[in-house]
Design a protein around this ligand. Structure first.
Ligand code: PRP
Ligand code: URA
Length: 209
């Protein structure tokens, strides 16, 4: 089974509180999601492989490390995942970005797949699927299934807020996928919104209703 990592750094928790607040407007919400995404990217890249190099400092030769250049790919789940892309690219600017178009049918709660455009070499990349919300897990599970069908072999899932049923669903469907979140909330309501959550992430990011 995949592992679940909760990034509870004080800065992440502080900013997440304002993201949750219903009085936070679109501009600030976007900025905060961007900032938390950067902080989470710092944590999620901890295991990136390094290689040895030597450089000449002004006074001596130093044995140092640089990233080994492993290929990365980000896969935001549209729409809300888009809000996390730029924050992650600030730290890993060379990552390629594939777009996965899915929305959750409000009646059936089943994911509806409407678009996909991936880098051609996703089988050689470490992929990070990004979406602020992991509620029932239907969208994330379908995104991961679709990526595997396209040849993906290494996938992580990064979300701001997860609910226990979403975590269970992804772990059951995709035991090879580790999940990285800023918070695990209590439950889902009768419409499968995360409680306490932050409301509708896409609507709050893009100012729609
Ligand atoms: C939200 C969210 C996830 C999904 C989570 O997207 O961004 O993709 O719901 O729910 P689930 O875990 O139960 O599948 P939504 O369908 O509202 O689409 P949007 O991003 O276009 O607003
Ligand atoms: N999608 C959202 O945007 N928010 C939730 O709480 C659940 C699904």
């Amino acid at each position: 089974m995949g592992n679940v990592y909760v990034f509870d750094h004080p800065l992440i928790q502080h900013k997440l509180t304002y993201i949750r607040d219903k009085n936070t407007g679109t501009k600030e919400f976007r900025e905060l999601v961007d900032e938390v995404s950067t902080l989470m990217a710092y944590e999620i890249t901890r295991d990136m492989p390094l290689q040895d190099v030597t450089v000449e400092t002004p006074v001596a030769t130093a044995k140092c490390k640089v990233l080994s250049g492993k290929k990365l790919g980000l896969v935001p789940i549209l729409r809300a995942g888009l809000g996390m892309v730029d924050g992650i690219l600030k730290l890993i600017p060379a990552a390629k970005v594939g777009h996965m178009g899915l929305y959750r049918d409000p009646d059936t709660l089943e994911p509806v797949h409407y678009y996909s455009k991936m880098p051609t070499d996703i089988g050689e990349r470490d992929l990070i699927v990004i979406d602020p919300m992991l509620a029932t897990g239907g969208s994330a599970s379908e995104a991961i299934r679709s990526l595997k069908e396209l040849g993906a072999k290494s996938i992580k899932l990064m979300c701001l807020i997860a609910a226990p049923p979403g975590i269970e669903r992804v772990r059951k469907d995709h035991g090879d996928v580790d999940i990285y979140v800023a918070a695990v909330d209590e439950k889902l309501d009768e419409k499968s919104y995360i409680i306490p959550g932050l409301g509708d992430a896409g609507d709050r990011l893009f100012g729609t209703k």
